[in-house]
Write a protein that binds this ligand. Structure first.
Ligand SMILES: *Cc1c(COP(=O)(O)O)cnc(C)c1O
Length: 341
């Protein structure tokens, strides 16, 4: 494996975890199978009505040589909430965690060396049973597949430029924006592509009611810093409760910062000192410029803001066991002595 050529793209690996469950019954533990295509009815609920959710997490080779996950029990919790929101039987947390460990352990040879990237772990839950009317499918499939990915910031962290959308919204109150529902993501592709043709890396979405408050950046949470105080949009139901977001809040508070979760007006953001976005893939991505209409604010060019850098270093050090894990966030994955043939 040429680890240096890895990018954030799909590579098939050895094994995947698969379990199924009928509506109204309990989940029974699934099993590892060789990674392969699956067959699915054209009448499956997931294909016709979007009855599906996903998760995204990383298994990494820590500086101690072991394979570690970051707060996977939070993914389990979020996955169960998402299942309930979409009318699917929630996978019990213990089964979810066993599935993650089995999928990572059986693909241990695909975990990149420390610093060369991660094994991206993708749990999905789909209504795979056939259904014609708009209703929960009669059968569900839970799959965990994994895929090696390169480091998010290859050749250093480059601050991104973002455009605030006045035209598009990601989520509405009472909708599914607060869970990782598969249907939430395709509607963002066209706005995101439009922003990219204008030279921006992504879109910033405002709230859909007042069009004044920041919601998210594409599929990442938003933070800004003003006079040493950290601000991030509060979880109103339309914002995805990121695990990176929650961890940054705890870590920053522990390091003595004041962190305020509130409705963050775009007007104030344009006057902030630093801005960054947060999610599993990049951990923290510094924002260089935000444009809203004709008004652009430049936060930084190549130098990262000091708070952005401090939190990025502190969080990635914990994740890689290069710093003490005072919060108990890191979970070692038992690796089979001889991985599956
Ligand atoms: C997954 C996701 C995030 C980030 O969540 P993490 O748990 O930190 O990876 C933020 N926003 C959206 C819309 C997401 O789908």
């Amino acid at each position: 494996m040429d680890w240096d050529s890895l990018t954030f793209s799909f590579t098939p690996t050895d094994m995947m975890y698969v379990a199924t469950c009928k509506l109204g019954e309990d989940w029974q533990p699934g099993e590892l199978q060789p990674f392969a295509e699956i067959s699915i009815s054209p009448a499956a609920g997931v294909l016709n009505y979007g009855q599906g959710i996903f998760e995204g997490m990383k298994a990494q080779r820590s500086v101690n040589g072991g394979i570690v996950l970051f707060r996977p029990e939070r993914n389990a919790e979020r996955f169960a909430k998402g299942a309930e929101r979409l009318g699917m039987p929630p996978v019990p947390a213990s089964m979810f965690l066993d599935a993650i460990e089995a999928a990572v352990g059986s693909n241990a040879r695909w975990v990149p060396p420390t610093g060369k990237g991660a094994l991206y772990v993708r749990p999905v839950l789909w209504g795979t049973g056939e259904i014609l009317g708009v209703a929960p499918a009669p059968e569900y499939t839970f799959i965990v597949y994994v895929c090696p990915v390169g480091p998010y910031f290859k050749g250093g962290m480059h601050p991104i430029s973002l455009k605030v959308s006045d035209e598009f919204h990601r989520a509405t109150p009472g909708g599914s924006g607060g869970v990782k529902a598969i249907g939430n993501y395709a509607p963002g592709m066209m706005p995101s592509k439009g922003a990219k043709t204008e030279g921006f890396a992504e879109i910033i979405y405002l709230d859909s009611t007042e069009h004044r408050y920041i919601e998210e950046v594409g599929a990442a949470n938003f933070f800004c810093v003003k006079d040493g105080v950290i601000h991030t949009p509060m979880l109103t139901g339309t914002i995805l409760p990121g695990i990176t977001r929650a961890s940054i809040i705890d870590l920053a508070r522990e390091r003595g910062y004041e962190v305020i979760e509130r409705k963050v007006p775009i007007k104030e953001v344009l006057e902030a000192d630093e801005a960054f976005c947060a999610g599993t893939a990049a951990v923290i991505s510094p924002i260089g410029t935000i444009c809203h209409g004709d008004v652009c604010t430049i936060y930084c060019n190549n130098e990262l803001g000091p708070v952005t850098k401090e939190l990025y270093d502190a969080l990635t050090d914990i994740q890689l066991q290069a710093a003490p894990d005072e919060f108990g966030w890191v979970r070692a994955v038992p690796v089979p002595e001889i991985s599956a043939e």
